[in-house]
Design a protein around this ligand. Structure first.
Ligand code: GLN
Length: 487
């Protein structure tokens, strides 16, 4: 089916004019119509805009300009600003917020002839690991509709695997691209902090947030990163380093690649099936010529979860202070005074998880507790970063599970925030250290997907692509698709 092809496959078809962007877009829109009622990946479907952009893309292709992403339908996570299309962050607070400008990544895709299908469902303000924190409705995992797709980019991952979008852009603060990619069996890439501009990304935790692609294979991931990476003067944390052509690193050869396996990542509480799948995948890397070192240690890993849940809420609390009912979105008007209005706005506009984070952050930053919590967390952050640097003096890449479990059932963890936070134990240290990470499909346990995470030092995106590509080409996981029809 046309809706199920990769970017590089449809690109060939578009270039040789075997298919038009309008036909492709129509096929994907039909697929959305067919399965969206079961999956709920979207908050907004921009059908007319997509067809309009597809028409423009076809004109461009006719004129001989067919770039790798031209005319290919994409889903954008709903925390990236899109001019004229509402950007809700799956929150009541921004339910009717229509940004007057595009995020830098959206601008870049537009320049390349993007076809935007709509905006994805997500955990409210990207806080969560299951998409159950969406203020609108949860997204369902296409492999088992009773289970979560992961989060917070769960809508993106579910859409890509179920044929509702050829690729998607997600954001990752503590695992929000990689964890849902693992849960849905797609490829999710979190670039080095500063590689991709955050301009126009609604801020959650500014020192951790990064935008990246969710795709059907590693080649597509490299193609999308080629398009979105690069310096942007409007994001002071974006790094001014040339962007290589990432597709050049897609060579299926691991000879001499030093792979480290940090033992702390095979954590207590990890499911046996998941552990087996990931160990098998690592054996496979060895068969492909990698030198595997099973003795790597990152001793501060157990402190990463606590560190993250001080740093991220502290930054979130500051970032969310802008939602005062005056400047953006929802505004409670039945109030007696300014303070009353602000209180009511925030009371009704934010969901329970967002409120929890604001309270955690406020507490961690308050006088008397700042040293004990925030300052200490910053010190742990330095330790974690140093340990990664030390490990990368011995290895080219590190390999871990993406999550300790397979996708859990909808409702199973909603009343237990700590259990929910544990879904990201393997992904959040990577954001703390600012390094790049990719999750690739590594197999299944009882029909449920398992992801393998590959990590590298800052700006080692090429090394990650090479390792991920070699593994992917030696396996068949990327060809599997969930059965959704007629269910
Ligand atoms: N699940 C983590 C959290 O709730 C990470 C989310 C993210 O990466 N945006 O904070």
């Amino acid at each position: 089916m046309d809706y199920d092809l990769t970017i590089h496959e449809v690109h060939e078809l578009l270039k040789s004019r075997k298919i038009s962007s309008i036909e492709l877009t129509q096929a994907v829109l039909d697929r959305i119509e067919e399965v969206e009622g079961k999956v709920s990946s979207f908050v907004t479907i921009t059908r007319d805009l997509a067809l309009d952009q597809a028409h423009q893309a076809d004109e461009r292709i006719k004129a001989g300009e067919c770039l790798p992403l031209t005319g290919i339908p994409v889903l954008i996570k709903d925390n990236m600003c899109t001019r004229g299309t509402r950007t809700t962050c799956s929150s009541k607070m921004l339910e009717n917020f229509v940004p007057p400008y595009d995020a830098k990544v959206v601008e870049k895709l537009n320049d390349r002839g993007m076809v935007m299908l709509g905006k994805s469902n997500m955990d409210e303000f990207a806080m969560g690991s299951s998409n159950e924190n969406s203020a609108f409705y949860p997204t369902h995992n296409p492999w088992d509709l009773e289970r979560v797709p992961g989060g917070s980019s769960g809508g993106c991952a579910a859409a890509v695997v179920s044929g509702e979008a050829v690729y998607a852009l997600g954001s990752d603060t503590g695992g929000s691209i990689r964890q849902p990619a693992g849960f849905c069996s797609v490829v999710g890439f979190k670039p080095t902090y500063g590689r991709v501009s955050r301009y126009g990304l609604v801020a959650f935790a500014s020192s951790l947030d990064q935008i990246g692609p969710l795709t059907r294979d590693v080649t597509d991931s490299a193609l999308v990163l080629n398009a979105i990476a690069g310096h942007d003067p409007r994001d002071s944390t974006s790094v001014d380093q040339p962007v290589p052509d990432y597709t050049k690193s897609l060579v299926p050869d691991l000879k001499g690649t030093r792979v480290g396996v940090p033992r702390e990542y095979f954590v207590e509480g990890m499911e046996r099936g998941v552990e087996q799948v990931v160990r098998q995948a690592i054996d496979q890397l060895e068969e492909l010529g990698a030198e595997v070192n099973w003795e790597i240690s990152l001793p501060s890993t157990p402190a990463a979860l606590a560190c993250y849940y001080i740093v991220a809420p502290s930054e979130a609390m500051a970032n969310l202070a802008r939602y005062d009912g005056v400047k953006y979105g929802f505004s409670a008007r039945d109030a007696e005074s300014m303070w009353d209005a602000m209180e009511k706005t925030r009371q009704h506009g934010f969901g329970p998880e967002v409120k929890r984070r604001i309270m955690l952050g406020t507490y961690a930053l308050s006088a008397g507790y700042y040293e004990a919590y925030y300052l200490k967390a910053q010190k742990v952050r330095t330790l974690i970063t140093r340990e990664f640097a030390e490990a990368f003096s011995k290895c080219d890449v590190l390999v871990t599970p993406t999550s300790p479990t397979v996708p859990f059932r909808i409702g199973e963890r909603v009343d237990d925030p700590l259990q929910m936070y544990l879904a990201d134990v393997c992904t959040l240290p990577i954001n703390i250290a600012g390094i790049p990470g990719i999750s690739v499909p590594a197999g299944f346990v009882d029909g449920l997907p398992v992801g393998m995470q590959i990590l590298g030092k800052p700006f080692a995106e090429e090394t990650l692509f090479r390792a991920a590509f070699a593994y992917e080409q030696a396996t068949e996981w990327r060809h599997r698709r969930p059965v959704l029809n007629g269910a």
